[in-house]
Design a protein. Structure first.
Length: 218
């Protein structure tokens, strides 16, 4: 498979075969709880996030309730997550801003959402595509790694990876592919479990590859 388009076609077909339906890995009930869960997932596993959010969302599952809580109360619920101190402060202030500026609703634009404390482009992209069905291609470490191993991007940075992947698939495929890439990356082509030469997609796309792929950090 010499071209990106040939590889993309095969990869899409293989991922559809392996994962015809992929649930969102973060437990949530609405755009607000999804936003909080995605914010918590930075420097933290989805499994860990799903362990702490039941207590957090029992404390507060709306912007109003979260804003009324203290940073200390929020921190107590999420203290086992990475960067917990800053996340607790961001969740508190984010909730206050949703009340002050957005009528208690998560805004439905990238610009407004990325203006919230602790919310970067990737977090906003996840919420926009999964909660509001606005086309987006969130690029996390799994997707960035796989896109390099499969030579779908030059790996310069996550911004370039996002641009390159969007060129290879139509917008209606992005939500599904985002989840499929992540799941495949965890199950078959992890940072340690595959080096670009072992999993079925790596071996099929690059049968003559002998050396491990050194991926560039996001």
């Amino acid at each position: 498979m010499k071209t990106k388009k040939e590889r993309a076609k095969y990869i899409g077909r293989k991922l559809d075969e392996l994962y015809p339906e992929v649930p969102i890995p973060l437990d949530h009930t609405d755009p607000f709880t999804l936003l909080i869960a995605v914010l918590l997932s930075a420097q933290c596993t989805d499994k860990r996030v799903n362990l702490v959010t039941p207590a957090l969302f029992t404390l507060a599952d709306t912007p109003q309730k979260m804003a009324e809580g203290s940073v200390e109360e929020i921190l107590e619920c999420i203290k086992t997550c990475g960067l917990a101190n800053s996340k607790a402060k961001n969740i508190k202030r984010l909730s206050e801003m949703l009340i002050e500026e957005y009528d208690r609703e998560v805004p439905q634009s990238f610009e407004e959402m990325e203006n919230l404390p602790g919310v970067g482009h990737k977090t906003a992209s996840v919420v926009m595509i999964h909660a509001f069905k606005v086309p987006a291609m969130p690029v996390d470490t799994h997707i960035h790694r796989l896109a390099q191993r499969w030579k779908l991007t030059n790996g310069k940075n996550v911004v370039q990876t996002e641009v390159d992947l969007k060129k290879l698939w139509p917008p209606e495929d992005w939500e599904r592919l985002h989840l499929q890439f992540i799941t495949y990356g965890r199950e078959h082509c992890s940072a340690r479990g595959c080096d670009g030469t072992k999993c079925i997609i790596c071996k099929t796309c690059f049968p003559n590859r002998k050396k491990p792929v050194v991926t560039q950090k996001a």
